[in-house]
Ligand binder design. Structure first.
Ligand code: NI
Length: 257
């Protein structure tokens, strides 16, 4: 069984026909989904989806690009969702310097990232990390505010050299569509290097659609293409990678079966 550890079934593009999206994914071997929130509305919807579908779990929190217009009450109401039994992580949280360039805004991103790491630590939850063009600050924060219950670098886009630092922090590495891109040198090297017991699979759907479907909207059903490419790069069977990454996910998110 495959665990899609980062998908946005709470995005209108997928939510509008969620039954079909889940059914199609199941046909390709996906057995579990972590539906990841990025602001108040999407976090509440992730929990609602997790309540309705037994195979879905939720992560709640504020994406770095979604913190600028929120009230303290929005923050508190959203984080309180963490008490729900199907909320298994805080995320996606982190830094994004691709879309945000102003120093004062970057400062606010850091503050919310740290605040949410501390929240996860106080509530016994792992974190799902978004890091875009912010490697240095992201690693420094994670070193100073260690996620006590682990976490995952979602759609890891760093180098092989940085991989060691991330693993030393006790974090897992999640790989998605970019591993399949024909021009993707670094993600393929990372896939070869990452230890099997630290690897997770994801789609980040509806974004980051794997080759050869680039340009279309992404769905969890395409995770088999990510799995296939990683199996090829690691020279291991798909079945083996599927099983190990599934167990890794259950361990990180403390899901009993
Ligand atoms: Ni995402």
């Amino acid at each position: 069984m495959i665990f899609d550890t980062h998908c946005h079934l709470n995005d209108e593009i997928l939510y509008s026909h969620i039954d079909e999206v889940i059914e199609n994914a199941k046909k390709t071997g996906v057995g579990k989904f972590l539906v990841v929130g990025y602001n108040k509305e999407s976090s509440f919807l992730a929990v609602k989806i997790a309540e309705k579908y037994p195979e879905c779990y939720a992560a709640i929190g504020f994406h770095p690009c979604d913190i600028f217009d929120i009230t303290e009450q929005d923050y508190l109401d959203t984080m309180a969702l963490s008490n729900h039994k199907k909320v298994v992580a805080i995320g996606e949280i982190g830094l994004d310097y691709h879309w945000v360039k102003e120093p004062e805004k970057k400062q606010l991103e850091k503050e919310y990232f740290i605040r949410q790491i501390e929240y996860a630590n106080e509530h016994g939850l792992p974190i799902s990390i978004h890091n875009r063009e912010s490697n240095e600050d992201c690693l420094n924060i994670l070193k100073e505010h260690k996620p006590k219950f682990g976490g995952v670098m979602h759609c890891y886009s760093g180098s092989v050299e940085m991989l060691k630092e991330v693993l030393d922090l006790g974090l897992m590495i999640s790989l998605g569509g970019p591993v399949t891109f024909t021009n993707a040198k670094t993600p393929k090297e990372v896939a070869e290097e990452v230890p099997l017991d630290k690897l997770l699979l994801e789609t980040d759907s509806p974004y980051l659609t794997p080759h050869p479907h680039r340009g279309e909207k992404n769905e969890p059903k395409y995770i088999c293409l990510v799995l296939e490419e990683i199996a090829r790069l690691k020279d291991l069977s798909k079945k083996h990678i599927e099983q190990v990454t599934y167990e890794n996910a259950l361990r990180l998110f403390k899901i009993d079966e």
